[in-house]
Write a protein that binds this ligand. Sequence first.
Ligand code: UD1
Ligand code: CA
Length: 486
Amino acid sequence: METPIDVVIMAAGKGTRMKSALPKVLHRLGGRALLAHVINCAARLSARQAVVIIGHGAMEVEAACARRTGAAGTLDQTIGLKFALQEPQLGTGHAVQQALPLLPDDGVTLVLSGDVPLTQPATLQALLALCGGQRLALLTLELADPTGYGRIVRAQGFGSEPMRAGAAASAQVRAIIEHKDASDAQREIHEIYSGIMAVPTRLLRGWLARLDDKNAQGEYYLTDIVKFAVADGVAVVAHQITDAAQVAGVNSPVQLAELERVYQRRQATALMEQGVRLADPARLDVRGALLCGQDVEIDVNCLFEGRVSLGDRVRIGANCVIANASIAAGAVILPFTHIEGEALGVQIGEGALVGPFSRLRPGASLGAEVHIGNFVEVKNSTLAKGAKANHLAYLGDATVGERVNYGAGSITANYDGANKHRTVIEADVHIGSNCVLVAPVTIGAGGTVGAGSTISKNTPAGALSLARGKQVSLEGWTRPVKKAKV
Ligand code: UD1
Ligand code: CA
């Protein structure tokens, strides 16, 4: 039987270098909290539970996790979340000690950090496999500049000359020595501890009880359990990876921005591997989930947020911002279009043409082959197949029938200052330019509304409806002239 996995996520630290009032682990990467990335990764490992060690900003962090859709971002999968308060923060060993009452002895504890967002589940699977429910498994990495990190001290290298990488990686791990406690010779070691380990919980419990704070930082180091494992004859194994981004932590805005770029590049690569054609993978940002069909093309500087799906052959022009929308096959979104679906979402039908410079707001639902042009705003409105609003218009709380043509400059006056009302425009209606449709109002099928009309009463089907001042022309009229000054 597989050993159950319990994940411990250390997130009690202050994050002073972020210089922010927001707890560090709630800062966002790819649109979701750093901590949400770590929790998601744990969920993908089918861990039995995740215990988050909280301290600085504990209430805020716990509340964000409880919201799930809030600052912590949505989770892809569900996982049992628990919290353990660490107050004061006396080191990483002390942090894990706080979780112990929540960790059953039959499991393996996987230690992660809430500020390390890009670890791949496959990497952790490999580490867990190496642990095998009985060994102490460390995730390690060779760094050109290992300053500040805990060094992996191996058998032949202990206190003597460092060895070549290949030779070192095969020798027995004896200890992890923190940078501040390391001798000059140990500081020459380039293999570092990533901060991630997998350890059988019953062994961890015994080792944590033996920690002390007699070291350069006066802290309880989790890393000291390595020497106890060695003393107890428990095998210590290292899983060395080469991809530094997977174990990189966020300590400052600069590091956050660097990891954001790594994350975005990875998403762009994954999309291209699925066949999506990106004009420039460096000029795409996905903050959420972007699902694409076949032969999708995305031009430069596009931002996708929340859940966005693009059907086959969809083309997105340059500089579009698209959030929470579903765009059906063959639709084309021209440059500078802003789509903000929020909770209600935005639906765009097959072959629709939107933009440039269009704005679709929550609840906009466009049928097949609908055209929405420049400076047209659509909110909470349904447009049936083939309807068009091509220029400078507003459709709010409207139901628009098939083949309706909605003229330039026309608006639905949907708000009376207190309540919103609906406008119904039946099929084949032609609304002239610069009309005001004062809701609630229905324009009967096949009708025409003359340009410049303010329509406040329902109009019959098939009629021409006009509601504007009659045109008057005074023939031979002479303009007033300026009086001569005396
Ligand atoms: C730790 C490791 C070091 C490793 C490095 C990798 C120890 C003693 N050292 O060092 O070997 O190379 O990570 O980045 O473990 N935290 C708490 N409570 C505490 C202290 C820390 O929750 O009392 C959390 C922090 O918020 C952070 C994580 O634990 O998320 C790591 O702490 P940090 O101070 O960054 O560890 P390092 O000293 O860098
Ligand atoms: Ca650190």
